[in-house]
Design a protein around this ligand. Structure first.
Ligand SMILES: Nc1nc2c(ncn2[C@@H]2O[C@H](COP(=O)(O)OP(=O)(O)OP(=O)(O)O)[C@@H](O)[C@H]2O)c(=O)[nH]1
Ligand SMILES: [Mg+2]
Length: 253
């Protein structure tokens, strides 16, 4: 393997791969809050701890079987370069781990060394989802690192982890025919692991949520609705008398 370590960013669309690419390289590839922003591979470089890294940002992928041209670009690249890739950073939207982890295990099947970047933790926490990353790391037997690609939180930790000589990864037993033949069985196993590593608490309150709580209430909601109608009625038929009278006085004088 050459002295430049090749790192690949892969994950579901809109999980924050390009934001992470920008944070690692200092480049400015375009991001957007919708899937399918990246349609081709982009390459950048960074150095850390006297080591040189080449980093490749790929289009988002939903499953191991490509359904669109963008997905094909990403999966073909991984297939053709699996041997030269030092580490795959699998970027996940932490508020939607269940959907993402199936693809992650399928990438692990390709014998790539995988590190999971737990991104969008702020969104997960707003939704009351608390993640125990050390439990996930223990059960999936790969590192899970907390990140916020938007604010650069966790980027140094990721760079340090990428620079460390990684131990060979064990592969969970997903090669077991039970899991290779049945996606459903694999899903069940993933769900079982996630159930022990994720806690759901009450959602964090926001003004909109608070307004929803009262305005959408089956009884209170009607009173609030009537109050708003009364206020509108009053403002049109009674309170408008003041500016109308004022105008009339101005016209008379
Ligand atoms: N709240 C929050 N938003 C984030 C975070 N990371 C990225 N974003 C936002 O998520 C959106 C998608 O980010 P991208 O970096 O374009 O995602 P991507 O995975 O490259 O998307 P595709 O190229 O379409 O697959 C952007 O609006 C980012 O600003 C994060 O940790 N928290
Ligand atoms: Mg992108």
């Amino acid at each position: 393997m050459s002295s430049v370590k090749k790192i690949v960013l892969i994950g579901n669309p809109n999980s924050g791969k390009t934001s992470l690419f920008n944070a690692l390289t200092g480049l400015n590839q375009s991001v957007g809050n919708y899937p399918g922003v990246t349609v081709d591979k982009k390459t950048g470089k960074f150095s850390h701890d006297n080591l040189d890294f080449e980093i490749i940002d790929l289009p988002g992928v939903y499953s191991i079987k490509p359904k669109s041209e963008d997905e094909k670009v990403a999966l073909d690249f991984l297939q053709q370069n699996a041997n030269e890739v030092d580490t795959v950073v699998y970027v996940v939207d932490a508020s939607n781990l269940k959907r993402s982890m199936l693809l992650c295990t399928q990438i692990m099947d390709k014998k790539c060394r995988v590190i999971v970047g737990l991104n969008m933790l702020d969104v997960a926490e707003d939704n009351g989802i608390l993640i125990d990353e050390s439990k996930l790391a223990e059960k999936f037997e790969i590192p899970f690192l907390r990140l916020n690609s938007r604010t650069d939180k966790g980027i140094d930790n990721l760079k340090n982890t990428l620079a460390k000589k990684q131990k060979e990864q064990e592969f969970l037993g997903f090669e077991n025919p039970e899991y290779t033949s049945s996606i459903l069985k694999r899903y069940e196993k993933i769900a079982e692991i996630l159930a022990t590593s994720i806690t759901k608490t009450a959602k964090r309150g926001s003004i909109t949520k608070l307004l929803d709580k009262y305005a959408m209430h089956p009884v209170l909601g009607y009173f609030i609705f009537l109050l708003i109608l009364t206020l509108m009625f009053q403002s049109i038929f009674s309170w408008s008398a003041y500016p109308t009278n004022g105008l009339k006085m101005d016209l008379v004088h």
